[in-house]
Write a protein that binds this ligand. Structure first.
Ligand code: HEC
Ligand code: HEC
Length: 227
């Protein structure tokens, strides 16, 4: 009897997921068609969406991340490119639209992609979402411990990251996957939210408002090692 109940619960949850979360007007993309469109994207993001780390990023300071978040052109030769593999499909499609409409402005060489149609964006999103994400090694930086605290427990007046991003940092349709993401990219985005340069969500600003420079580095060190 117990197991029957469990199954019907699973089925009910499945139906809610299928019909409840996909926003109206969003058609699931075609990953195979998407693969055919990523010829240029792979230069920075990798064919499988696992962009390699760049040793240049280790030299960047907080001041650099702040300048970069403000879109200063001098960083365009060594930009901080994110991993897209395993990123949530709907989140990815939304970001592509954000760049196209100018809500997010800091995309390197975006002129190549500004011509993508809605269908192209959905297909590309489906393709990268289906790739297997590769995490970075667990950080040996002692600061990662503080990062774990902030991620799991938050601090007074600040919700823990896991409340929205999940215990493993995988996010969901509306919340970005941050597990395994590059330390430099995470720092840059947190500064972009903190400096109100990235205005894609109302959820991140109250969180990052509370984070200090040390805490931003610490939480990035922790998240990069999550699988
Ligand atoms: C020359 C390098 C380069 C190329 C080529 C490139 N990108 Fe990017 N991409 C970047 C950088 C740098 C960022 C981070 C920008 C920012 O901070 O907003 C980025 C960010 C993104 C994001 C946001 C990821 C997130 O987690 O929010 C998506 C989605 C994306 N790119 C998709 C694409 C697609 C699709 C293509 C091909 C049509 C492409 N990119 C081509 C450098 C590149
Ligand atoms: C109240 C919910 C919430 C909390 C708490 C939260 N986030 Fe987020 N976060 C979001 C949402 C929603 C997005 C996606 C924003 C968008 O659509 O552009 C996001 C995006 C991000 C991004 C950008 C990812 C990318 O690929 O560009 C980073 C980095 C991030 N969050 C880190 C954190 C960290 C670190 C914490 C904890 C200190 C945290 N978040 C806490 C909701 C939250």
């Amino acid at each position: 009897m117990g197991s029957v109940r469990t199954w019907s619960t699973v089925v009910a949850v499945g139906i809610v997921n299928l019909f409840g979360v996909v926003p109206a007007g969003y058609a699931a993309g075609d990953a195979a068609a998407g693969k055919a469109r990523v010829g240029i994207c792979k230069v920075c993001h990798g064919l499988d969406g696992n962009s390699p780390a760049n040793s240049y990023w280790e030299r960047y300071t907080t001041q650099d991340f702040q300048n970069m978040a403000k879109g200063q052109a001098k960083y365009s030769r060594n930009p901080v490119w994110p991993k897209l593999a395993g990123q949530n499909e709907i989140y990815l499609a939304k970001q592509l639209l954000n760049y196209k409409t100018g809500v997010r402005t800091d995309h390197n060489l975006w002129e190549f992609a500004g011509e993508l149609s809605k269908k192209d964006m959905e297909d590309i999103a489906a393709y990268f979402a289906a790739q297997k994400p590769k995490s970075e090694p667990v950080s040996t930086d002692p600061a990662a411990k503080l990062g774990e605290e902030l991620f799991k427990k938050g601090k007074p007046g600040m919700k823990p990251c896991m409340k929205c991003h999940g215990l493993s940092g995988h996010g969901n349709e509306k919340v970005a996957r941050i597990a395994g993401q590059h330390v430099a990219y995470i720092q840059k985005q947190i500064w972009a939210f903190k400096l109100a340069e990235r205005k894609t969500t109302l959820e991140m600003p109250p969180v990052v408002e509370k984070l200090t420079e040390t805490e931003i580095k610490a939480v990035a060190e922790y998240v990069t090692g999550l699988e």
